[in-house]
Design a protein around this ligand. Structure first.
Ligand code: OGA
Ligand code: NI
Length: 358
């Protein structure tokens, strides 16, 4: 492997830039004015729905989640059944990982072929504008891809805690998939079956956004919709940063202690036939982005729950009618992801470009 691990140019850790004490960020991180966060200008008073999973019948939960997936593509869940101590422990241990000496982290430097390991960019376009964040990416499912040797060996409990955390989250995903299926008027297991049943995939990306001396000029993660099926996101409970697109506004998500943020990915959206994306008839994958700040670092953990990688996904038959034909070309998640991995985050342009011409 070449000295850049397959990246088009040497990798610079954002954490190193941040810790160098520079007061200006390198030009590579400066976004064009239309993409900058403009924090005060368009902060919307709206907020994404919050669903208390302990306070509802299965049907009530199905209709609440279904409404949220249609209107927002995003919601938060509280009382979700995952132990708060485990959630906090997982976040804390990963924070400790990012505070280990750089040599220790560099042992896991990733490459654009699998992205597994410690990384600092998405996409391989030379000279591309970069985001103000580092991350760690690992496979959880299928078990043939899960390799704990590729997970950090330090801090010592990290692998076990990550195992337990991801197991609990997969269980939560199963319950949410059922509710989302019922909310479409389908059998509880239908959505999961369309993802390949027990053969679903899952990956974890832990995002680390160091302090940034000029947060108004850049983003921790550029606008994107998640390419996979569904995402369960744990955010930093002290530091805001996530913004969700609502029409032409960006809504800043208020962190709720021990809650998870769930959102629909492109693969769920692609199960729907030809509705207008804005019609509230489909579960949509909605654009979101991350702001950084000068005073605090921020850590988040995204579990991506994905369809079986080589299964060609096409719209659910029961949702297709003569005036609502299939909209997307059948494509497997593997093929789709390859496309995303070349280009990095680009709003919703990728899922849009997969439409058949009609
Ligand atoms: C992601 C993501 C949001 C955040 O990892 O895909 O959107 O708050 N993260 O870090
Ligand atoms: Ni995302």
């Amino acid at each position: 492997m070449d000295s850049n691990h397959g990246w088009p140019e040497p990798i610079i850790r954002v954490q190193s830039l941040s810790e160098s004490g520079t007061e200006t960020i390198p030009t590579r991180y400066i976004k064009p004015p239309s993409d900058r966060p403009s924090i005060a200008a368009n902060s919307s008073p709206l907020s994404i729905p919050v669903i208390d999973m302990s306070a509802m019948s299965r049907e009530e939960m199905a209709s609440a989640m279904s409404a949220a997936c249609r209107e927002w593509g995003f919601f938060q869940v509280v009382n979700h059944g995952v132990r708060p101590e485990l959630v906090r422990h997982a976040r804390e241990i990963w924070r400790r990982f990012f505070h280990l000496p750089m040599e220790e982290k560099q042992r896991y430097a990733n490459s654009p072929t699998t992205y597994e390991g410690y990384g600092s960019r998405l996409g391989v376009e030379k000279g591309a504008c970069l985001d103000w964040g580092d991350y760690y990416f690992l496979h959880v499912l299928p078990s043939s891809l899960k390799n704990r040797e590729k997970w950090p060996a330090l801090p010592p409990d990290l692998r076990d805690i990550t195992d337990e955390y991801t197991r609990e989250l997969l269980n939560l995903c199963g319950r949410v998939m059922e509710a989302m299926s019922i909310g479409l008027g389908l059998d509880p297991t239908r959505l999961q079956e369309s993802f390949g049943g027990a053969e679903v995939g899952a990956c974890l990306r832990v995002n680390y956004y160091p302090k940034c001396p000029q947060p108004e000029l850049t983003l921790g993660l550029s606008s994107h919709s998640d390419p996979g099926g569904m995402t369960v996101l744990l955010v930093d409970d002290r530091v805001r940063g996530l913004q969700v697109r609502k029409g032409s506004d960006w809504v800043t998500v208020e962190p709720i202690r021990d809650a998870f943020i769930l959102n629909v990915g492109d693969q769920i959206q692609s199960l729907f036939p030809c509705f207008q994306v804005l019609s509230n008839a489909i579960y949509k994958s909605v654009e979101h982005r991350v702001m950084v700040n000068a005073a605090n670092e921020r850590l988040s953990m995204a579990l991506f729950y994905n369809p079986k990688a080589d299964l060609p996904l096409s719209p659910i038959q029961e949702l297709i009618t003569p005036d609502r034909p299939a909209l997307y070309k059948p494509m497997s998640f593997n093929e789709y992801r390859l496309y995303i991995r070349q280009r990095g985050p680009r709003g919703k342009s990728q899922v849009e470009s997969l439409k058949t011409s009609q």
